[in-house]
Design a protein around this ligand. Sequence first.
Ligand SMILES: N[C@@H](CCC(=O)N[C@@H](CS)C(=O)NCC(=O)O)C(=O)O
Length: 213
Amino acid sequence: MSELTIWTYDWVPEGPRGFVRDLRLRWVCEEAGLPYVVRTVPFDGRETNHLAHQPFGQVPFLSDGELEMFESGAGLLHLARKSDRLMPRDPAGEAATVQWMFAALNSIEMVTVPWWFLKISGDADNALTGWMGMRLDQIEKILGGREWLAAGRFTAADLLMADVLRVSDVRAFGDRPATEAYITRATDRPAFRKAHAEQVAHFAAADQKKTGN
Ligand SMILES: N[C@@H](CCC(=O)N[C@@H](CS)C(=O)NCC(=O)O)C(=O)O
């Protein structure tokens, strides 16, 4: 089997630790039992120093033998397809899973990320608040009626949707019990806990290297 390498930064500030999107790829590998290694590119100078691998200077990107790809959603789809644990093999189950993966990125994260950027820029009552509330209410209604999004079981769609929804400010935006229970269900999974702990440890070790302790 070709070696899977998940690429992330060598260090990030404390705020994003536990939320850097390499976690999506670590999590899918843990769920599917795919062996992988994690390698790094420098955080400093990220705007220009690895554009050949990720044209926006971001992480994560993925190598799978000779194949290289960026965008966490694309990497997640690639890895999920290696096993039926995250990607159902039947056409209807696969279609529903892929549909909800795109919904997580294109209908939920495309609202939550700009809302969050405005919020941390100091615009507490920002212009995207109404849109954000509407999207989260819509997903709350869906999650009130089912345990998982597709195929009646945990799939790559839930991994991505839960990762989008668990961002602290998004999670704290209003009271949505079905969404909260869904995030808890997903993040209580041993594969998430391991992936999360290892990302946090990775950046903590980088602090120690920086300070020489
Ligand atoms: N759409 C991209 C977004 C990647 C992204 O925003 N990565 C963050 C870390 S989670 C990053 O590299 N931020 C640094 C920057 O944008 O300069 C994906 O899903 O891979």
